[in-house]
Design a protein around this ligand. Structure first.
Ligand code: GLU
Length: 290
């Protein structure tokens, strides 16, 4: 089976150091196995997006020497596919409308307890759509970190596949896209460990073979906070790509040769593909970038 990996940024802002780690980690893992590396723009949530961020992200990847296979997929073009799947689950009773607000769920202890599961009179207006979780996924195997346990209450919660505001939920879109694109392994940041159980649930409901997972350590800033768009992580500079790439490679656990600085960016990436191994990755799920 050919390896197919991917990098799936959300265009809520330009690429920052943390997203570059996910880009290069997934790239090295794919290319060290002569696999394909796809790029998908996860533009599911317009209010959180920054105009122009998609092309900024793609240009930044190219200036860092990262070239994707095939054409870029945009989630905003795939609403019909998502809705058809939701309709089919609604029809078969695996999904249902839910009118509970976030506030109500919080007041009830923070986890959704299936309140609307049998309220057959509910309609799409003002409702989210939830998947009826019959078998909770409480653990999964990560190729780097081994067995990872998901908190019980989270694992068994009927989760949202379409939001009350009409937007499609990340878990649904990511799984349908990975299946349709033939992705065999997901390499991404450790901040996405928790939703993995829900995503595995979706593979089972869809009768599809599960992918394998690798979660990369999260990059932390000097205060110990995750580098993220919400925390205003700075955009990576495209003028000093080599210096930044060296930092990314050190973060990913490479021991670089002394004369590495004199190599071109293409040579650095080629060297990285040849020397990449999962053992070199730090064992922790978060690391400082300093
Ligand atoms: N779009 C997600 C993000 O930017 C990543 C999704 C994934 O890799 O599964 O955080």
């Amino acid at each position: 089976m050919t390896y197919i990996g991917r990098f799936a940024p959300s265009p809520s802002g330009p690429l920052h150091f943390g997203s570059l780690i996910a880009a290069f980690g997934s790239y090295f893992q794919a290319k060290s196995q002569q696999g394909q590396w796809l790029v998908r723009i996860e533009d599911l949530d317009p209010p959180r997006e920054m105009p122009g961020a998609s092309s900024l992200i793609l240009n930044t990847l190219e200036s860092y020497g990262l070239h994707w296979d095939g054409s870029v997929i945009y989630q905003s073009q795939r609403h019909q596919r998502y809705q058809e799947q939701i309709d089919s689950w609604l029809a078969s009773g695996l999904a249902y409308y839910c009118q509970c607000t976030r506030k109500q769920i919080k007041q009830g202890g923070g986890f959704y307890l299936g309140t609307c599961r049998h309220k057959s009179q509910l309609t799409p207006e003002g409702c989210s759509v939830r998947l009826h979780v019959k078998q909770a996924i409480e653990q999964f195997t990560d190729q780097k970190h081994g067995v990872i346990t998901i908190p019980h209450q989270l694992a068994q919660e009927d989760f949202i596949i379409k939001r009350r505001d009409g937007l499609f939920a990340y878990n649904l879109a990511v799984v349908l896209d990975d299946i349709d694109q033939g992705v065999t392994e997901v390499v991404r940041g450790a901040d996405l460990i928790e939703p993995t159980g829900r995503q595995i649930n979706l593979y089972r409901y869809l009768n599809q073979p599960e992918v394998s997972y690798i979660h990369l350590p999260l990059a932390l800033d000097e205060h110990g906070n995750k580098l993220s768009k919400q925390n205003h992580a700075p955009a990576v500079d495209t003028h000093c790509a080599k210096e930044t790439l060296i930092k990314v490679m050190l973060f990913l656990g490479f021991t670089l040769p002394d004369d590495f600085q004199s190599a071109s960016i293409e040579q650095m990436i080629e060297w990285g593909c040849q020397h990449w191994s999962l053992q070199q990755l730090p064992n922790s799920l978060a690391s400082s970038t300093l």
